[in-house]
Design a protein around this ligand. Structure first.
Ligand SMILES: Nc1ncnc2c1ncn2[C@@H]1O[C@H](COP(=O)(O)OP(=O)(O)OP(=O)(O)O)[C@@H](O)[C@H]1O
Ligand SMILES: [Mg+2]
Length: 687
């Protein structure tokens, strides 16, 4: 409204029990009224009947747990420096509210209370309330965004960075279901999409991923999906010549693009030769323009090579030169490291989640492989109208290769028709902005996620997306997981946040992954224990342990400490000290307890205000022991002074001091050194 006012909304949840009681009383009252009227032979007003019905429905839904009751108060504090203009502001607000069927009242003689009630101090002094249900309360929530409104059935993309409101969108309902993620390396692009995929999966959407980094396998595993590894030696192969349901003409078009990826740029002459040879290759296995022949066994790259080889013997330069060039480059796909392409297609696609791991595909073949897969998956996915997603991570490799964007344009333009959302992730922002292919993708992608950007591309981005200054700043300084979400003409800065469970599945942070392995191992140690060892004992002597035992203990939080034992010589221990005390103090306390335990089980260590250790002597008296091992004699004394009133409540107490000089402690009780402990304990516990 562009007016100056504060709006305060107090929402107070009511106890379910008292609400039910209140409603039951209300129901009884209504029934008595209705009954009374009927008994007198009067007409029962419809409003009363309706009220009775509503109360009943409300009571039922509260008992069923689908609704809760709230007390709601709504106050508006209109402001202006000028008295007359203030009235103006108030009137405008009143008008606006009237249009929403709300009739506001001015609390004329309670202005102080009213003002307090609008301050953000949770002090509803006016306490003018109305009871409403949860669904009504949620409709009152005032912080709806004007830009990206949440829609039922969408996906939680993140939280608005300004007001933390969940941003829920459904990319499939945009003008096209494609998504483009742009940002610097490590900004959280893959993370964002993995999260999106997981959430879409739960909505019933199928997903395929072309995964050059092999980082989506955990995601696939979690959802019983499948990871298809494509590398020399793997069983899965894609034959580029396989028609895969395309017509021969379509296939030839895509093959020409494919070979441009495979062989690099070609001149006129080379292209002509290749074109002829592809025709001849299909011809050689009996596949012609006649659709009946298309189901025949397709040729492979070796067949193409066989067609080209004779041409390299040609006398004519115009044939010899280009065919020689093609043959040379093709050789590695027939004899060299990329020979695995030269086979018939063998891929089983019967799963809702499939990731294609091409990490171990030789580098020179990566772009080719991505291209082939894109084509293959696209063709497969065209077969159903179900919602599905194809993710191409590190997409620039495939976007940039080939025929200057024609090919990719064909795919991004048509996937909407098959309900296929193409998700492309890339860090090569500049290429996307400047190349033809990039522009084709941009103009056919409704949802864009811009993550942290290099300063060098900000200007181009600003031109392309008309970013304002704030957005430019945001993108340059965006932290991990922050993004500008652009959907059509609307944009919102969001923070992408996963639940801990989701995070565990999708993170690639090596430290965290290590941590998870450790956690799993630690859990195993805690559950299954360690042979011949009590892992619940917080103090272990290293000399008694095997290497395996030491390793297992260190997994569950034990560490090594060299500390003096009760004979006064230093010894290596493995300890799990979670007390906040120094290791020396911790070990001393544990050793004293151990000493007592030789005679009686009635000993305890306290980490509270009680004596550090207490035990029952042979003749049934409670003995308290205070252990002091502070940083300075001064601190030792302070501790004892504080503890004294408690220690004096025991039948007897004594102090064990780690420090040699104990003058400061004299006068507070009997003081022993650690070496004296065994004898003292014996005196209490041996008959
Ligand atoms: N929203 C987030 N919340 C928490 N951690 C995140 C978030 N986004 C990313 N990370 C962490 O950062 C790591 C790197 O993120 P991610 O792999 O998504 O980067 P990227 O942009 O895909 O980088 P590259 O371009 O190198 O592939 C993740 O494994 C994860 O640990
Ligand atoms: Mg990535």
């Amino acid at each position: 409204m562009n007016l100056d006012f504060d709006l305060a909304l107090h929402l107070e949840p009511y106890e379910i029990e008292s609400t039910i009681k209140m409603l039951e009383t209300e129901l009884k009252k209504q029934k008595t009224d209705i009954f009374g009227l009927e008994a007198e032979g009067k007409i029962v007003p419809q409003s009363l009947v309706q009220k009775n019905r509503d109360t009943k429905v409300l009571l039922e839904s509260i008992q069923a747990g689908t609704e809760k009751m709230f007390g709601i108060s709504l106050y508006i504090d209109s402001k202006h420096y000028d008295r007359k203009k203030l009235d103006d502001v108030s009137r405008k607000i009143q008008d606006k509210m009237a249009s929403l069927m709300i009739t506001p009242k001015v609390p004329s003689f309670q202005m102080y209370k009213a003002l307090r009630s609008t301050l953000p101090v949770l002090d509803d002094q006016l306490s003018i309330k109305r009871e409403i249900t949860s669904s009504a309360a949620s409709a009152c929530f005032p912080f709806v965004m004007s830009s990206l409104e949440s829609k039922a059935g969408g996906i939680l993309m993140g939280f608005n960075t300004i007001n933390d409101i969940p941003v829920i969108v459904d990319p499939f309902r945009a003008s096209n279901p494609n998504i483009l993620v742009l940002g610097t390396s490590g900004g959280g692009k893959s993370y964002c999409i993995k999260l999106y995929l997981m959430r879409e999966f739960l909505e019933g959407v199928d997903t395929n991923v072309i995964d050059p980094q092999a980082e989506y396998s955990d995601f696939a595993k979690t959802f019983n999906g499948k990871t298809i590894k494509i590398a020399p030696g793997s069983d899965t192969v894609l034959n580029p010549f396989d028609l895969l349901g395309l017509t021969l003409d379509e296939k030839k078009l895509s093959l020409l693009s494919f070979f441009r990826v495979l062989l690099g740029e070609m001149d006129e002459g080379e292209r002509a030769i290749l074109d002829d040879c592809i025709d001849a290759t299909y011809d050689s296995v009996g596949i012609t323009k006649d659709p009946k022949t298309w189901s025949k066994h397709p040729p492979t790259i070796a067949d193409l090579y066989d067609q080209i080889l004779p041409l390299t013997k040609s006398e004519k330069d115009i044939i010899y030169k280009p065919s020689m060039k093609i043959a040379n480059r093709l050789k590695s796909y027939v004899y060299g490291p990329l020979r695995f392409l030269d086979q018939q297609t063998k891929i089983n696609m019967d799963n809702r989640v499939i990731t294609f791991d091409i990490k171990d595909t030789p580098d020179i073949g990566k772009a080719t492989m991505m291209f082939l897969l894109l084509e293959f998956i696209y063709t497969e996915m065209k077969k159903s109208r179900k919602r599905k997603i194809l993710v191409v991570d590190e997409a620039w490799t495939v976007l940039s290769a080939g025929d200057d964007g024609e090919y990719i344009l064909r795919i991004v333009k048509t996937c909407r028709k098959f309900n296929l959302g193409l998700v492309m992730i890339t860090q090569d922002v500049e290429d996307v902005l400047t190349s033809r292919a990039g522009r084709a993708v941009l103009s056919n992608t409704a949802t864009k996620v811009l993550m942290k950007q290099d300063p060098s591309v900000i200007k181009d981005l600003t031109d392309r997306f008309r970013l304002n200054e704030k957005e430019q700043m945001f993108l340059q300084t965006a932290g991990l997981g922050n993004a500008l979400l652009i959907l059509g003409t609307m944009r919102t800065p969001i923070r992408i946040k996963a639940s801990p469970e989701e995070h565990r599945i999708i993170t690639t942070n090596p430290d965290e992954l290590m941590e998870m392995v450790h956690e799993a191992e630690a859990l195993k140690v805690r559950r299954e224990g360690v042979p011949d060892l009590d892992v619940n004992k917080l103090l272990q002597r290293k000399i008694n342990l095997t290497n395996d035992q030491i390793e297992a203990l260190s997994r569950i939080g034990f560490h090594e400490a060299r500390v003096k034992n009760l004979s006064g010589t230093s010894e290596l221990f493995l300890i799990r000290n979670e007390t906040g005390y120094t290791d020396e103090r911790f070990v001393l306390q544990e050793l004293i307890q151990e000493e007592i335990m030789k005679y009686t089980k009635k000993a305890m260590i306290h980490y509270t205000e009680l004596a550090d250790i207490s035990f029952e002597s042979k003749d049934g008296r409670m003995i308290g022991i205070e252990v002091v091992a502070e940083a300075s004699p001064d601190m030792d004394e302070r501790i004892i002074k504080k503890k004294l009133p408690i220690l004096e409540k025991y039948d007897e107490y004594f102090i064990v001091a780690a420090r040699e000089e104990t003058q400061r402690l004299e006068g507070y009780g009997r003081i022993y050194s650690r070496q004296q402990v065994p004898d003292v304990i014996t005196s209490y516990l041996q008959s």
